[in-house]
Design a protein around this ligand. Structure first.
Ligand code: NAD
Ligand code: AHE
Ligand code: ZN
Length: 368
């Protein structure tokens, strides 16, 4: 079949909207009509050329929601017309990683996914017979996609696609980092570096669990109002204080219980660790830094009890946890609507990247 998609032909170039050939689902695969997709900073990161796994030409996008159109042989858990969210972190429930119950990082298809291919090492997308690569196993900047069954969360049918698509990455990443990775407890002091599409979700989850101080750090003063609305109690403009770490240590009487880096900058990653409380403070790294970047600190920071942790997809097990997060939104426990600041047609998707770069948008959603 044909599908309309935004193609990333090469690093740094605007996406172009084209008709693409899409082969049908094979064994264990599902054809999905994407109804809406968010644009995450990670899409921009890969498009910029900084991602060591970035492959071109490819179809980016990993924050979608849609409807099952057809299933391939052997698919048992999904049927035509089911509503789904594609998962860039699948959940096979069989690999060593899934069975460990210690991580959400299912590895059953990670190597082919990282090479822009389906599990049988081929692509379903092509133009004039030449393959176009998948991205993060999802490629939600295409109206129709083929994905493995294990990379789809089945969600309730009354959930609006144009909102819950954001649960495909940003909401789950931010909320999950608080609930599943850090397990923040009531009364904790929390610091959030970067008040964008991820950081604001960290803030709303920190408020949800009853955190005491919730300190936001950003260089864009326009982020202050929305962050306060979501639960931030104190704002630090990193450009206006002499020393970000000292400022946080003073505000928290010794340091943060939990800090979250939601920028992807190695300087703020170090600050995120060093602003933590001696003896127990945990810094959770969510931001993705470019190829070749490294983090450093004085080992004494770790010897004296501060902890550096990472979080991918909020530590969420997609097929298990994503339907629950959709429920929380539908029950009014999570505010997604106010974070979706812009709605675009696929033809205008490049505007979404411009709005992100200029700091005007929190999340742009593309509607098919
Ligand atoms: P975003 O562009 O919406 O937000 C980034 C925020 O950081 C902005 O508010 C910006 O003003 C602020 N910022 C930039 N430089 C800063 C600095 N030096 N000091 C303080 N604030 C600064 O991005 P996003 O979509 O929220 O994504 C944030 C990061 O998280 C990206 O690196 C993205 O790739 C990553 N990410 C990781 C995961 C994961 O699973 N680990 C999932 C989604 C996104
Ligand atoms: N190819 C990138 C990986 C970037 C990365 O860490 N991605 C996150 C999700 S970001 C979503 O917006 C992730 O899930 N990581 C775990 C994994 O297995 O990729 C790079 O920098 O190499
Ligand atoms: Zn993302």
């Amino acid at each position: 079949m044909k599908t309309k998609a935004a193609i990333a032909w090469k690093a740094g170039a605007p996406l172009t909207i084209e008709e693409v050939d899409l082969a049908g689902p094979r064994e264990g695969e599902v054809l999905v009509e994407i109804k809406a997709t968010g644009i995450c900073h990670t899409d921009y990161y890969t498009l910029s050329g900084a991602d060591p796994e970035g492959i071109f030409p490819s179809i980016l996008g990993h924050e979608g929601a849609g409807i099952v159109v057809d299933v391939g042989p052997g698919v048992k858990s999904l049927k035509k017309d089911d509503h789904v969210i594609p998962l860039y972190t699948p959940e096979c429930r069989q690999c060593k990683f899934c069975l460990s119950q210690k991580t959400n990082l299912c590895q059953s298809i990670r190597s082919t996914q990282g090479r822009g291919l389906m599990p049988d090492a081929t692509s379903r997308f092509s133009i004039d017979g030449k393959p176009i690569f998948h991205y993060m196993g999802t490629s939600t900047f295409s109206n129709y996609i083929v994905v493995p069954e294990i990379a789809l969360a089945k969600i309730r049918e009354d959930a609006p696609f144009d909102k819950v698509c954001y649960i495909g990455c940003g909401v789950t990443t931010g909320v999950g980092a608080v609930l599943f990775t850090a397990k923040v407890e009531a009364g904790a002091n929390v610091v959030v570096f970067g008040l964008g599409g991820i950081g604001l979700n960290v803030i709303q989850a920190a408020k949800m669990v009853g955190a005491d101080k919730i300190i936001g750090v950003d260089i864009n003063p326009a982020r202050q109002d929305i962050a306060r609305k979501f639960g931030m109690t104190h704002f630090v403009n990193a450009n206006e204080v002499e020393n970000v770490v000292d400022t946080i240590v003073q505000l928290t009487d010794g340091g943060a219980d939990y800090s979250f880096e939601c920028i992807g900058n190695t300087t703020t990653m170090r600050q995120s660790l060093e602003c933590c409380h001696k003896g127990w403070g945990q810094s959770i790294i969510i931001g993705v830094a470019a190829a070749g970047q490294e983090i450093s600190t004085r080992p004494f920071q770790l010897v004296t009890g501060r902890v550096w942790k990472g979080s991918a997809f909020g530590g969420a097990r997609g097929r298990t946890d994503v339907p629950k997060i959709v429920d929380w939104y539908m029950e009014g426990k999570l505010n997604i609507d106010d974070l979706i600041t812009h709605r675009l047609k696929l033809d205008d998707i490049n505007q979404g990247f411009d709005l992100m770069k200029s700091g005007e948008s929190i999340r742009s959603v593309v509607l098919y």
